[in-house]
Design a protein around this ligand. Structure first.
Ligand SMILES: Nc1nc2c(c(=O)[nH]1)N[C@H]1C(S)=C(S)[C@@H](COP(=O)(O)OP(=O)(O)OC[C@H]3O[C@@H](n4cnc5c(=O)[nH]c(N)nc54)[C@H](O)[C@@H]3O)O[C@H]1N2
Ligand SMILES: Nc1nc2c(c(=O)[nH]1)N[C@H]1C(S)=C(S)[C@@H](COP(=O)(O)OP(=O)(O)OC[C@H]3O[C@@H](n4cnc5c(=O)[nH]c(N)nc54)[C@H](O)[C@@H]3O)O[C@H]1N2
Ligand SMILES: [Mo]
Length: 751
């Protein structure tokens, strides 16, 4: 059977040709296709598309007073645009060295192994002598830097810390989920074949597993008789877990044998928990004061942990916060105290439900993409330090026990990401963004990042090009087929880079003498060598989709750390002690007050129990949007339909709304000392009072682009969030530690 498919980070769609043009429907084998993707093709000729290469007028005319983000653009042809970019790369590398080019270029771009925007520009810039890079992610940057100290380097990846769902469905008696937003499992970087997280969770619940969702938002708990909710203040999970540890110690329910065998440093943690170390016993009453939860409710919660098989799952959101290392560390400690490490369906997990792939019981399919070559420049930043980098040329940054030198960045090169979506404290970023001489952006659409560029190169979207996608954790390989011609003069990132490489004299090295079709065929042949069961390329193109046998090279089903727990001497962890470090001598040596050497309650600068809450009494959380992927598709379909008062909908607790005279559908101004934005109010009975939810992704729309702190009209939370990082150890984003105030807004400016 032949088929036309379009593969995206949010799922795989079948394409039907109708008289009215191509139409998408969910792939039949996907039990839960993502609704918002059905409108993806509305971007084919949408007014937000970039039609031609554009140059910022002030940059072109050498007008140093004109401001990025508040200027107009001049259209040029591709020849001129690629010359300008090539000349800038050459000029800046000659004058200041390649380390003055920043091309970390963080972002999700689109699914597809070949047309991966970052891969393409990095390959091109590596051949041009390299660039300053970035490490880690906004998703998991805190855990990624931190976990190697506790579990060893093999446990730093986003998919490294979870038992598989089949074991949970079979064995887990009690799952405690700290944050669980099931719409997040609709997405996965690189693509999704079958969305199965809700099915797995449903199987476990129907078997009788108890689920306790700990979250400021009651709607995180699925509707099921075995699911319950415990509301706590944002960022206070570590305090709740410390109280659990206290009660386990007090009641003699600690598995000392497991602690002895598998961990090091428990005595130091125990001294802190009981208060011997600092005079503060971390009792349920103490935790009640921190978390805002009722002490009796906390005691009942602690009892749940006595289940024979208990699993603590922490969403990635918890580590995008001040001291976001601590809840992860404390969950590991608590699991070990209960003797759950290595047990099928027990222990700890990070990110079940944050994306589709975590915990899928298949062996990941290693499927390489474009070879990026080697970067001759060794300078890098932890990814969320972008504004620090741009604002402090020649400065330094503390990171994970080191002091990084920050290069003097003269050129920023971005493709496939939207820093004016993803970074915190956008007013600060905007200022820092004025520092470099030249900003080049490849983008299909006029995002705020596009508007803050000097040279804009229009890229295609996935439905305008052929590609191969591999969703590695469900082993689906898709031939994603072009269904539209490229919009206006848009070109594939590969072709754009090839043109620039041509100007710089290394086109042949960049393209390897292949055209796109030859690249796709050669990538596919690479997969076929590893998986001989795959059909030949012509047959694959015809059928359009292939799912590798999930059992081919199992073991797929897994308990986390089972080998280590079974024989710690034979399978030591790659930590200094070879065991789980509940006290880290390495971290003690860093001497960072913001990351103590054992799991600890570190109050954020911004949280509901702190002094700043007197001025800004609401804790803002900015979860992932249910109706789009980050800022992608904000201009179309579900994202537009769901706007309230033509802005992003923010959720307010009914008591907070009532106290401020805010009604459903009102326009509300959210603000703090860093910025202000307008949102549409929706009112919730299940959200904890004192908390506001504003999903990320509304396109940054300043009322007055020339102002240093303009009112933002679309409802972008990142004009409010802080750019202080989780700690000096990780330098991870701490977007979820943010206080604001809300008022009803009378003057209705339109976005
Ligand atoms: N306040 C707050 N901020 C957050 C978060 C949060 O929880 N709270 N979460 C953070 C997280 S986890 C993440 S991962 C980031 C996500 O941040 P990003 O990954 O930067 O967000 P996207 O909107 O996916 O940006 C991808 C961009 O690539 C463009 N694009 C798509 N396909 C192509 C292509 O083929 N070529 C080119 N050149 N461009 C293409 C899209 O149009 C889009 O503008 O946001 C972070 N920001
Ligand atoms: N539909 C859709 N899915 C996505 C994305 C998207 O843009 N759209 N983005 C993808 C990306 S890049 C990533 S990294 C993942 C992110 O996945 P997560 O990090 O898991 O996602 P968030 O939506 O930030 O937060 C999930 C839940 O955590 C809760 N929470 C927040 N702070 C706290 C806290 O301090 N304590 C507790 N106990 N709970 C808290 C919130 O109530 C929220 O509902 O999602 C992915 N999935
Ligand atoms: Mo992410």
């Amino acid at each position: 059977m032949s088929g036309h498919f379009l593969a995206t980070h949010f799922g795989t769609y079948r394409v039907a040709r109708t008289p009215a043009g191509p139409r998408l429907s969910g792939w039949e084998a996907d039990p839960r296709p993502t609704p918002f993707g059905l409108d993806y093709l509305d971007l084919a000729s949408h007014g937000c598309r970039v039609a031609q290469p554009m140059i910022r007028r002030g940059w072109l005319e050498g007008d140093t007073r004109s401001m990025r983000g508040a200027d107009t653009f001049v259209a040029v042809d591709w020849q001129r645009a690629s010359e300008l970019v090539a000349n800038e790369i050459h000029r800046i590398a000659q004058a200041h060295g390649n380390r003055s080019i920043f091309a970390g270029s963080y972002g999700w771009a689109s699914a597809g192994r070949f047309h991966h925007a970052q891969g393409q520009i990095k390959r091109m810039l590596n051949l041009a002598g390299g660039f300053t890079a970035s490490r880690h992610s906004y998703s998991y940057g805190t855990a990624g830097a931190f976990l190697p100290h506790v579990l060893g380097a093999g446990y730093a990846g986003t998919n490294a810390c979870a038992p598989s769902w089949d074991q949970i469905a079979e064995h887990t008696d009690c799952l405690v989920a700290f944050g669980l937003r099931l719409t997040n499992a609709q997405c996965d970087p690189g693509g999704v074949g079958r969305h199965t997280v809700e099915q797995w969770l449903g199987r476990a619940l129907d078997r009788g597993m108890r689920l306790i969702v700990v979250s400021p938002d009651g709607s995180d708990a699925p509707a099921h008789p075995n699911a319950e909710h415990l509301a706590i203040r944002p960022n206070t999970d570590t305090a709740l877990m410390l109280a659990c540890a206290h009660e386990l110690i007090r009641s003699g329910a600690v598995d000392h044998e497991q602690l002895e065998r598998l961990t090091t440093g428990f005595d130091r943690l125990a001294a802190y928990v009981t208060g011997r170390a600092d005079g503060v016993a971390k009792t349920p009453a103490w935790a009640a004061g921190v978390t805002g939860a009722d002490p009796s409710r906390i005691e009942r919660f602690i009892d749940a942990l006595r289940a024979p098989t208990s699993l603590l799952n922490l969403g990635w959101s918890l580590q995008r916060a001040t001291a976001g290392e601590q809840p992860y560390w404390m969950a590991i400690a608590l699991a070990a105290m209960r003797g759950q490490i290595g047990k099928p369906g027990g222990g700890f997990a990070f990110g079940l439900g944050s994306v589709n792939s975590v915990g899928q019981p298949v062996r990941g399919l290693g499927a390489p993409g474009l070879d990026q070559g080697r970067n001759p420049v060794s300078d890098f930043i932890p990814v969320a330090a972008i504004a620090d980098l741009l604002a402090n040329p020649g400065g330094t940054l503390e990171y994970n026990g080191r002091t990084l030198d920050l290069p003097d960045i003269r050129m920023v090169y971005w493709a496939g990401g939207n820093p004016f979506h993803h970074h915190q404290d956008l007013n600060r970023l905007r200022q820092a963004w004025q520092m470099p001489e030249t900003v080049v952006v490849h983008e299909p659409v006029w995002t705020a990042t596009t508007q803050h560029a000097d040279i804009v190169l229009p890229s295609t979207l996935p439905f305008e090009r052929n590609d191969i996608t591999v969703s590695s954790q469900d082993r689906t390989i898709v031939f994603s087929r072009a269904v539209h011609e490229p919009y206006a003069e848009a070109r594939d990132d590969h072709r754009i880079c090839a043109m620039i490489a041509g100007q710089l004299g290394f086109e042949e090295a960049f393209t390897a003498g292949r055209d796109t079709e030859q690249w796709l065929a050669s990538l596919y042949e690479g997969y076929r060598e590893r998986f001989p069961e795959l059909p030949d390329y012509a047959a694959f193109r015809e059928t359009g989709i292939y799912t590798l046998d999930a059992d081919t090279d199992a073991p797929a089903s897994r308990a986390l750390l089972a080998d280590f727990a079974g024989a710690p001497e034979a399978h030591p962890l790659a930590t200094p002690s070879g065991r789980i470090e509940l006290f880290s001598g390495t971290i003690a040596g860093f001497d960072y007050a913001d990351c103590p050497p054992h799991p600890s309650w570190v109050p954020p600068v911004e949280w509901l129990g702190g002094r700043r809450a007197e001025d800004f009494p609401l804790h803002l959380l900015s979860p992932q949007p249910a109706n789009r992927l980050h800022s992608q598709l904000d201009a179309v379909g579900a994202s537009q339909r769901d706007k309230v008062a033509s802005r992003e909908a923010a959720v307010l607790a009914s008591a907070d709304a009532a106290a401020r005279g805010i009604g459903e559908g009102d326009t509300v101004r959210l603000f703090n000392a860093r910025g202000a934005c307008l949102v549409g109010a929706t009112i919730s009975e299940t959200l904890m009072p004192g908390v506001v939810l504003l999903p990320t992704g509304a396109w940054y729309t300043p009322e007055d682009p020339a102002s240093p702190s303009p009112l933002e009209l679309a409802g972008n939370p990142n004009v409010l969030t802080q750019d202080r990082r989780a700690s000096r150890l990780s330098q991870g984003t701490a977007a979820n530690s943010c206080l604001v105030e809300a008022v009803r807004h009378e003057r209705h400016a339109t976005p």
